[in-house]
Ligand binder design. Structure first.
Ligand code: NAD
Length: 267
């Protein structure tokens, strides 16, 4: 009898940008569901090593860390052989999660910020997907989960690069699904509304400057204003959804862009 509490037992997963926030929540959830996990992202090497050891110990799976920079295509592709070596098997699951944000009017938007957001939030999804697909197609099994955003479905002012990149992620997810559906591979996008993570915390000050209002008003009148329910989604909720998409119950989701946004895009 398969262990239904460990639907991802013996699977190997890469989660980009998983030293913090949503990626870390998803990495923990995949590990708890039985998958070996390759962490990726920036941070203090000692703290990351301790984090990897803690997750491995708690979930009784293998956990490693690869410091690949998501602006560098060769380093992104290199994560696949690195994962095979450190996790001890082929890569079954890729969660493209790494992302950054910057908030400013278009005419003041720094060109290097535009380039970095497009590289990390969109092009890295292409490079990672390109690197894992040959193996997944050959083995006739694979799961690609792209962390897009409600901003992959609708826009907000002052987030030109982010909105463009996330709409791109949704389009790339749909294209991937159409190309791989007959090979036992699925590709889906999760589109969260606001999740309280370092990425959101940092942008509160940028939003305050762009809108000319204080932090409390930003949270009330800008951040949570478009959501029907005025609450932040948790990383645990997103982890549970990623496990569902990667497990047996997720088999028929393909090319979906799933809003997890407290009613934001229902309007
Ligand atoms: P976060 O800032 O907490 O974490 C970002 C992670 O990406 C970190 O691990 C960081 O080290 C890593 N990272 C950044 N640049 C990198 C690079 N060049 N190479 C490798 N790793 C890099 O952010 P978060 O809020 O957890 O966001 C994660 C994803 O979720 C992003 O794609 C973001 O756009 C998306 N998202 C977040 C929210 C939200 O409200 N927080 C909502 C919708 C979508």
């Amino acid at each position: 009898m398969p262990d239904t509490s460990r639907p991802l037992a013996a699977r190997n997963a890469i989660v980009t940008g998983s030293t913090s926030g949503i990626g870390l929540g998803i990495a923990r959830a995949l590990a708890d569901a039985g998958a070996n996990v390759l962490l990726n992202g920036f941070g203090d090497p000692q703290q990351i090593a301790a984090l990897a050891a803690e997750i491995a110990d708690q979930a009784k799976v293998r956990v490693a860390h690869c410091p690949a920079d998501m602006t560098k295509p060769a380093e992104i592709a290199g994560m696949v052989p690195f994962a095979e070596q450190t996790l001890g098997g082929a890569v079954d699951i890729l969660v493209n999660n790494a992302g950054i944000q910057y908030v400013a009017p278009i005419e003041e938007f720094p060109i290097e910020k535009w380039d970095a957001i497009l590289a990390i939030n969109l092009s890295a999804v292409f490079h990672g997907t390109r690197a894992v697909l040959p193996g997944m197609k050959a083995r006739k099994w694979g799961r690609i989960v792209n962390i897009a955003s409600a901003h992959g479905l609708v826009a907000s002012p002052f987030k030109s690069a982010y909105v463009a990149a996330k709409h791109g992620v949704v389009g790339l997810t749909r294209t991937t699904a159409l190309e791989v559906a007959e090979f036992g591979v699925t590709a889906n996008a999760i589109c969260p509304g606001y999740v309280w993570t370092p990425l959101v915390e940092k942008q509160i000050d940028e939003q305050a400057k762009a809108h000319g209002i204080d932090r409390e008003r930003v949270i009330r009148e800008v951040v949570l204003a478009p959501q029907a329910a005025k609450r932040f989604t948790t990383v645990e909720e997103l982890g549970a959804l990623a496990v569902l998409l990667c497990g047996p119950a997720g088999q028929s989701f393909n090319g979906a862009a799933l809003p997890v946004d407290n009613g934001w895009t229902a309007r």
